[in-house]
Ligand binder design. Structure first.
Ligand code: FAD
Length: 339
């Protein structure tokens, strides 16, 4: 393992923005990850998966940044147990312009009658690889998360959603390294409170996720592959990769009902109420493809990006009186503008 000083971080994010880490190291297995977590005195520690949900400040990140690329997938059992207690997380799925998007209702189906197998996937494993690998082993469930460019660790931290599913729906347990005790600890999914786009781990940054054990179905692989392909085709048209994903969570029905009489997505509000599709500050732009995706047109600074997010939040607050909550994570110091 090679500890690097002042490593620029932009290249480790989908947005391609971000200053240097004081110290940077890449770990290629959980053995390496645990070794560095146990031995280092450098603080604080920040883990980067694929950097597909983060905006890193222009001044970078203090302390140690670990780029986690562990890629182990272990199929643990071939059980025929059908009682998986498959409880879906509450789903806040919003399609205000269904003519523009894939009709999700047409491809959604329930696999909970199928037998299950347990699969342990290390946290640095890229989701696209995990999806293809498990499907190739006859295991279904992850197809709903096609085209999400993160790692399993990032997916669990964020409790990602795809269609009407969340990653927590498939989790059995999560293995972590606790920076406070310097020990590994396993959490059962049922011990934790899972919600739309948030998790216990977001609020407990002392816990570094090492792996997730998932209950996947010995389901209909052909059907699952067709869902994966349909999702990819739709998402490639409307979700630009030079972004950190959806900027804001969709506001709840309770917030939207008194204003619009129904739930509206963050993208619909930015597009139809603020008319900001294509609007930019410096090199940061509200994507012409999808108003809840803010992109780097090539020259954006983190400050441009931050100001664009704040601008939209301020307009929504002024016009409708509620706060749009960011789904993206700001890492580093955003209190001092870079220019
Ligand atoms: C084109 C595009 C489409 C997307 N589509 C979706 C979508 O459909 N649904 C969705 O929910 N999201 C979507 N996203 C957002 C993003 O891909 C997911 O949130 C993803 O799971 C983040 O994983 P990551 O490895 O890139 O995390 P990172 O961006 O690297 O990190 C995110 C946060 O998690 C922390 N973290 C990462 N790994 C660990 C670990 N092992 N232990 C502890 N903390 C950790 C980081 O410190 C950071 O705070 C999309 C993004 C893009 C660019």
């Amino acid at each position: 393992m090679n500890l690097i000083k002042d490593q620029l971080l932009a290249q480790y994010t989908t947005l391609k923005i971000g200053g240097p880490a004081d110290y940077f190291i890449q770990t290629n297995s959980n053995t390496e990850l645990i070794e560095i977590l146990k031995s280092t005195n450098i603080k604080p520690i920040t883990i980067l998966g694929n950097g597909s949900n983060v905006v890193i400040s222009d001044s970078g990140i203090r302390g140690l940044v670990i780029k986690n690329t562990s890629q182990e997938i272990k199929i643990l059992t071939n059980t025929s147990d059908t009682d998986t207690k498959f409880n879906k997380t509450y789903t806040q799925r919003q399609e205000n312009e269904p003519d523009k998007y894939l009709d999700f209702a047409k491809i959604d189906y329930d696999e909970s009658g199928f037998p299950v197998s347990e699969v342990e996937i290390s946290s640095g494993c890229p989701l696209p690889y995990a999806i293809n690998c498990t499907l190739d082993h006859g295991l279904t469930g992850l197809q709903w998360f096609a085209y999400i460019p993160g790692t399993i660790g990032g997916a669990i931290v964020q409790n990602i959603h795809g269609g009407s599913y969340h990653i927590a729906d498939y989790l059995k347990s999560v293995k972590c390294f606790d920076l406070n005790t310097k020990k590994t600890i396993i959490f059962l999914k049922t011990d934790l409170n899972w919600k739309y786009e948030t998790s216990f781990f977001l609020k407990n940054s002392n816990l570094i996720i090492l792996s997730g054990t998932l209950n996947l179905f010995q389901g209909d692989v052909v059907k699952a592959k067709s869902v994966r392909d349909a999702w990819m085709l739709q998402k490639v048209k409307i979700q630009p990769m030079n972004s950190p994903g959806s900027t804001f969570q969709n506001p709840s029905l309770n917030i939207c009902q008194p204003i619009w009489g129904e739930q509206k997505s963050a993208g619909w509000i930015i597009d139809h109420e603020l008319n900001l599709k294509g609007f930019s500050i410096g090199g940061a732009q509200i994507s012409p493809q999808h108003s809840n995706f803010f992109i780097n047109t090539g020259s954006a600074t983190a400050t441009d990006y931050y100001q664009l997010v704040k601008h939209v939040q301020n307009l929504v607050k002024q016009k409708f009186g509620f706060d749009l909550i960011p789904e993206i994570k700001f890492l580093g110091d955003f209190s001092k503008p870079s220019k």
